[in-house]
Ligand binder design. Structure first.
Ligand SMILES: [Zn+2]
Length: 339
């Protein structure tokens, strides 16, 4: 990962993608400039297309020009904020989610995006008729740029307490520090407001948030569970902190990833309060763009399209299979390094 970071010349947000979303081990990357694009520009946020482009990037190490252009263009990343449940809104951009939870005593934000998109996040909250000053807690899933890069902005504009794991905080501080020579340099406050650990329950008014440490994507990755409301119904939802295998450093990290996937699968299959809703941190990973359209045309009495544990289990199985393959690669690599 460090080598990748050093190797990549900066191209818009291309280096962030290495930080968060590409799935496969990335060979020595060769980043093509956007102006070299020969394919049609990417428009909107089509999940399957974006997924395929990220997969391509993960497999080849070459950033597809249309993906680089799309990630780097603030206009391309603007997407309409929407109400996903009675108490949950999506206020993110095309390629990264930010979720906003409304409680009886203020708002909880999950993930902060990064500049200039944190400004868009704030704008999205206002577009929904809500007040960013009401954010009481900003829960951050892990220390990568695209989720933690907006912490300083959120802190300066709102009353939010920043919430992370201790390791996540250290990751974010280290990543912010190493970004200082890049055009997208970002900063972190000196101290966390609230460090959480596995099993903690955060309460704001009528809402409880359950903390699950799910290391793997990074060591400090955390997932958050909460109940989402749809009329008289309530469902347990989860924001899974990170799904990519792109920041893997050794086989132990992959083992942790697999354990975390298994743990989330167990939460989905639990007999009591099973997790039924996936509030994805990257919209393309679960087809959120298309689900949003189904939500818009949903008729009274129809099931909520985000209540789909089968889709979540299927996604987790695919991720687990990918991680199992990756584990074998990492174990083989470790053997070659051992004298
Ligand atoms: Zn990440």
């Amino acid at each position: 990962m460090n080598l990748l970071k050093k190797t990549l010349t900066f191209l818009g947000t291309a280096s962030l993608v290495v930080g968060c979303a590409a799935q496969a081990r990335t060979p020595a990357p060769v980043v093509s400039a956007p102006h070299a694009a020969t394919t049609a520009p990417l428009t909107g946020c089509p999940s399957a297309t974006v997924n395929a482009l990220f997969e391509d990037f993960g497999n080849t190490g070459k950033m597809p020009p249309e993906l680089a252009a799309w990630l780097s263009d603030p206009k391309s990343q603007i997407t309409e904020p929407y109400q996903a449940f009675d108490n949950v809104y999506n206020v993110g951009i095309c390629w990264v989610s930010a979720w906003l939870i409304k409680t009886s005593e203020g708002l909880i934000l999950v993930d902060t995006l990064y500049e200039p998109y944190t400004d868009q996040l704030i704008q999205n909250i206002k577009l929904l008729g809500l007040d960013p000053a009401d954010i009481k807690m900003a829960l951050v899933t892990h220390g990568h740029f695209d989720h933690a890069g907006g912490i300083s902005t959120i802190k300066s504009l709102t009353n939010a307490k920043i919430v992370m794991t201790k390791t996540g905080w250290s990751e974010a501080r280290a990543n912010a520090q190493s970004s200082q020579e890049q055009p997208t340099a970002w900063t972190m406050p000196t101290a966390a407001d609230l460090l959480v650990k596995d099993g903690d329950v955060l309460t704001l008014g009528d809402t409880k948030v359950y903390v699950y440490e799910t290391p793997g994507h990074t060591a400090g990755t955390v997932s958050y569970g909460l109940d989402v409301k749809d009329g008289p119904q309530a469902y347990r939802a989860i924001v899974i902190g990170g799904l990519g295998l792109n920041a893997i450093e050794d086989s132990r990290q992959v083992e942790a990833y697999i354990s975390s996937v298994d743990r989330i699968k167990a939460l989905v299959s639990a007999s009591e309060n099973p997790v039924l809703v996936n509030l994805a941190t990257h919209p393309f990973s679960s087809g959120l763009t298309e689900i949003k359209e189904r939500l818009k045309t949903r008729k009274p009495g129809q099931p909520h399209p985000l209540v789909d544990p089968e889709a979540l289990l299927k996604q987790l199985d695919v991720l687990r299979a990918g991680a199992t393959k990756r584990l074998a690669v990492e174990q083989a690599l470790a053997k070659t390094k051992t004298p």
